[in-house]
Design a protein around this ligand. Structure first.
Ligand code: GP9
Ligand code: MN
Length: 621
């Protein structure tokens, strides 16, 4: 062994150990899926290449510094890997620069950090320790002659070129058309991905400076071509003049609806409510959020633009010009407000709400938060609604008030005394607890509706209940498939992104189940339609869901999409009929291809509006 170590230059040993370890993490912790031999090859190759690039630099250093460099860099590289891993356990996603610089996200991580750090993680640092020990021994350091140094460096460029070429073969236009970070990491590796991310950051920063508004016309043409429809048909004005209470229901997914735990319904109230004669239920409704989680879902509803694929637009572009729902409603003499019992600067809400035109934001400081009425993330939802009612009553009518709930949030912890149903018994504690906080949420919504009735606010109010994003990530697929009794493939995973969307108009009798493929981007035009407000805005990416001509289609933020016939995700086109990948004869294009074009165009246009702050060049009046 000693002999062997002496024969292999230490930087190569460091690269091999690091590459091998990273591959294990990719494959078994990030759970990166492999569909072909080429993909497997790339996945093995890219961490080795990264390791080689990082460590080969050492040979150009003075002998006494080489050991130091190898020690320091192996620790640093492993830390980068590890921080990504902890982040991934919480968000099933990779870190981007904007996310790193929004302090509040760290708060999210710290609140649940102990569930994210595992004892066995120590194993990840084994090679660092090994390199550390060996490199302390002077004999382990090779002194290279200049030609050898040049040769070793040339090998580095060769390796990099091979990696990039293979990645391009595997995924043409990988760098220009990718909204899915897993794909980037899979093909170029975590470290090159971070370099790519840095380049993107620089590029998008420059985009605002270079924009001149000339692109708006092209986007307008695209929207009017793709989304033309009759706004007068449907339920125009069905809730005219009513107040609106919009509840953004934390982490609620459709899969708990009509499900039971040991014979008890998880959401008995919502199960009845969705079938109520006054409730319009969209049972094919998807969240479209990315790294900005709740704030992304808010942004979708308020602006009918897509959130960004990197970072939270609430942080990165809070100063942009928008023409948001609260602004439109303010013009129609609505009082607009938000109720959310968390720190007001979380997700930069205090700044963004001001910009979007909300008249008032009732945040943590407006609530009485005590030890008895709080746990987990803070004030429990039942107390939250109770304490909100007086504020709600004080508002001038008609009002549009958004409530954002908090209790049903990862890691879904509920004091035993507040749980009304049992936990599940799968291998995921997160999922097991999720059903209990889902039940709590269901009860609190029922109580809230009762209070609204008692206070005489029910009749004149339209209620909207919407799930903000998933609560159970891909990380829990095994447990999910145990609970739901089916395998979770890419197709099922996308179906699990459905969240509740129920619109209740008291006394309207308009209750009905709509199975249109719809999403959060459609909320702004849909709500305005119901309120009988005509918005002269040709720059919404969503559509009024009652519009008969609307295309049955929805794009998710990572480029996945759902149409009447297909579901596309992670490069696989699934048939909805079979739930299995579509079989395409060799040489023929996949039926998902035209939709893919459209999705990438649409997401790109929305991004350009935000990165270029293009609405500053447009007059909405
Ligand atoms: C925080 C709450 C939760 O205020 O909205 O945020 P999330 O982690 O779901 O985005
Ligand atoms: Mn949320």
């Amino acid at each position: 062994m000693k002999e062997l170590i002496r024969k292999i230059p230490l930087f190569i040993l460091a690269a091999i150990l690091f590459g091998f370890k990273t591959y294990i993490v990719y494959r078994f912790i990030f759970g990166i899926s492999i569909e072909s031999v080429l993909q497997e090859l790339i996945l093995i190759l890219n961490p080795l290449v990264s390791g080689y690039v990082i460590f080969v630099i050492s040979i150009w250093l003075k002998e006494k510094n080489q050991g130091k460099y190898l020690r320091f860099m192996s620790l640093l590289a492993t830390l980068v890997l590890y921080v990504n891993l902890v982040f991934y356990r919480n968000f099933t996603d990779f870190i981007t620069l904007p996310v790193l610089f929004q302090g509040n996200n760290a708060a999210d991580l710290t609140s649940s950090i102990f569930t994210l750090i595992h004892f066995t993680d120590v194993l990840l640092f084994m090679d660092v320790i090994l390199i550390w020990v060996i490199s302390k021994n002077k004999d382990s350091i090779f002194q290279f002659e200049t030609p050898q140094k040049i040769a070793a460096t040339a090998v580095m460029f060769l390796l990099l070129a091979t990696n990039v070429t293979l990645a391009e073969v595997e995924r043409p236009m990988l760098f220009t058309r990718t909204f899915d970070r897993e794909y980037l990491v899979k093909n170029i590796g975590l470290f090159n991905y971070h370099v790519y991310d840095l380049t993107m950051q620089t590029k998008t920063n420059a985009q605002r400076v270079l924009a001149d508004g000339s692109e708006i016309q092209e986007i307008k043409d695209y929207i009017s071509e793709e989304k033309e429809g009759d706004n007068e048909a449907g339920l125009f004005g069905a809730a005219k003049g009513k107040n609106v209470v919009f509840v953004s229901v934390e982490s609620m997914q459709n899969f708990v609806l009509d499900e039971k735990v040991n014979g008890n319904e998880i959401t008995p109230f919502l199960n009845d409510f969705k079938q109520d004669e006054d409730t319009i239920w969209f049972n094919n409704f998807y969240h479209q959020t990315a790294q900005g989680k709740t704030s992304d879902s808010e942004f979708l509803v308020e602006t009918s633009l897509y959130p960004l694929d990197r970072g939270a637009v609430y942080f990165t572009h809070a100063q942009n010009e928008y023409y948001a729902l609260p602004e439109v409603l303010n013009e129609k003499d609505y009082t607009t407000s938000v109720f959310h019992a968390n720190n007001k600067s979380f997700w930069n809400r205090d700044v963004m709400y001001e910009n979007l035109g909300y008249d008032h934001f009732y945040s943590q400081e407006d609530y009485e938060v005590t030890e008895e009425n709080s746990f987990g993330w803070g004030l429990e939802d039942k107390a939250f609604y109770e304490q909100s009612i007086p504020y709600l009553k004080d508002q001038e009518q008609p009002f549009y008030s958004k409530f954002i709930t908090l209790t049903h949030h990862f890691p879904f912890e509920l004091p035993e005394s507040k749980a009304s149903i049992e936990k599940l018994e799968t291998n995921s504690n997160t999922l097991n607890q999720y059903v209990q906080t889902a039940r709590y949420t269901d009860e609190s919504l029922e109580d809230f509706m009762d209070q609204m009735r008692e206070e005489g606010l029910y009749e004149d109010t339209m209620f909207v209940f919407m799930g903000d994003h998933y609560g159970i990530s891909e990380f829990h697929n095994d447990a999910m498939s145990e609970f739901l009794g089916k395998e979770i493939n890419g197709y099922e995973h996308i179906q699990l992104q459905q969240v509740p969307m129920m619109i209740h108009i008291p006394g309207s009798g308009e209750g009905q189940t709509y199975d249109k493929i719809s999403g959060q981007i459609d909320m702004k035009p849909t709500l305005l339609h119901l309120l009988g407000i005509e918005e002269k805005n040709e720059l919404n990416f969503g559509e009024n869901l009652f519009n008969q001509h609307r295309q049955d289609f929805i794009a998710l933020r990572d480029g996945s999409f759902v149409t009447e016939e297909y579901i596309y995700t992670k490069s696989v086109c699934y048939s909805k009929e079979s739930g299995q990948p579509v079989e395409v004869p060799p040489g023929e294009p996949s039926p998902c291809e035209p939709w893919k074009e459209k999705v990438s165009k649409e997401l790109g246009y929305s991004d350009n509006i935000i990165y270029g702050d293009l609405f500053r060049f447009y007059d909405f009046q």
